[in-house]
Structures are given as structure tokens and as C-alpha cells.
Design a protein. Structure first.
Length: 196
């Protein structure tokens, strides 16, 4: 995956501004060790705030997102170099991981403010193909904040808890592996996992 220099500088500028805005809006605490090399950060997704907050972990993070009908959201995807499904997300994600990047993905494939549902195999598939570990990454406290309710003196506390890496072994059943790391994510986030 090649991005021209101006595109990378645009992303870094937007990342810095976004990080400052989020820090002004929330009290963000990152717990655990940010992987130094390539990794797939699998996350729960109780709020639309989760994707932007994932970028706070590191400028090496890229988010996999679904196509969105709103122009403002599509513009944000472009500025923050999100990998949009059905628009080259799979090859771009593989290249990003092989270059040592971090990939943020929601195994359920959707917003889920309640119990986490059945995981898809995508994250495990990426891990199997690239050798990058899967790292459970829990978003805690994001379900409550709403933009219209935000006040400067009432910044909500948000925790991003990074768990232990889990490698996918050759020949391993990908769906079973997905259930396993979803269980770890459930324990980290305190959110029940209901695969059925």
C-alpha cells in the first residue's frame, strides 16, 4: 500500500488535531501495552465514538469501516485514511499490517451497545494471512457520551484497555479462534459475549 507524502502529512495533521479535540472532550486513559509491531486490535463497539478514539492509541492505527451515506462521514474516512469495506479494504489492510501498522476492527461488524454478538472470521483471517497477532482492545465508558450533552466541565471518563496478543497458528480453526479472543474481549470490557 503506497500513500503519497502529501497524503501521509494530511493524515498526521488530522490525527494531531483530532487527538487534541478528543482530549478536550473526554478524559482518555489508555491501559496496557500498545503493540510495537503489526497487530490487529479487535474491539467492542458500543458507540460511534469508538473509531475516533481508537486513533488515539497510535498514529499507526487505521480503522476498518463500512461505507456510509453521509458526505461528512465519508470525508472523515478519507482524512483519517480509514479502510472502507468494498473499496479495497482487504488488500490495503494486509499491506498496512505487513508494514508494521495497527488495524482496528470490530469482529461483530456493527455497532453493539448491548451484549456482543457472534464474531465474524475477518480478524482471524487477517491474523492467519499476515502473522500479526490479534489483540483484544476494550472500549469502556464510550456508550454514555453524546455530543449534544457535552459540557467542558463534564468531560466523560473513557478507558481503552489493551489486552494480551494472541497469534493464530497454522491450520487453526478461525471461527474457534474468533470465539476465544471475543471471550478475552468480553472479560476486558465487562460486556457479555453471546455468540448464538
Amino acid at each position: 500500500m503506497h500513500r503519497p507524502v502529501w497524503r501521509r502529512l494530511l493524515f498526521l495533521g488530522c490525527w494531531l488535531v483530532g487527538r487534541i479535540v478528543l482530549a478536550l472532550g473526554c478524559r482518555i486513559r489508555i491501559e496496557g501495552e500498545v503493540p510495537s509491531g503489526a497487530a490487529i486490535l479487535v474491539s467492542n463497539h458500543p458507540s460511534y465514538l469508538d473509531g475516533p478514539l481508537a486513533l488515539c492509541i497510535s498514529p499507526r492505527v487505521r480503522v476498518i469501516a463500512k461505507p456510509n451515506p453521509y458526505a461528512a462521514v465519508r470525508g472523515a474516512f478519507y482524512l483519517f485514511d480509514a479502510f472502507v469495506t468494498r473499496q479495497g479494504a482487504v488488500p490495503d489492510s494486509r499491506c498496512h499490517l505487513r508494514a508494521g501498522g495497527l488495524l482496528w476492527i470490530v469482529p461483530e461488524g456493527q455497532l453493539s451497545p448491548g451484549p456482543m454478538g457472534r464474531a465474524r472470521r475477518g480478524a482471524a483471517q487477517f491474523a492467519s494471512e499476515t502473522g500479526a497477532p490479534v489483540v483484544p482492545t476494550a472500549m469502556i465508558g464510550t456508550a454514555g457520551p453524546r455530543l449534544r450533552e457535552w459540557r467542558p466541565w463534564r468531560r466523560p471518563r473513557v478507558r481503552i484497555v489493551i489486552g494480551k496478543p494472541r497469534y493464530i497458528l497454522p491450520g487453526e480453526d478461525l471461527l474457534e479462534a474468533a470465539h476465544e479472543f471475543m471471550g478475552a474481549l468480553s472479560r476486558l470490557s465487562g460486556t457479555p459475549y453471546q455468540p448464538s
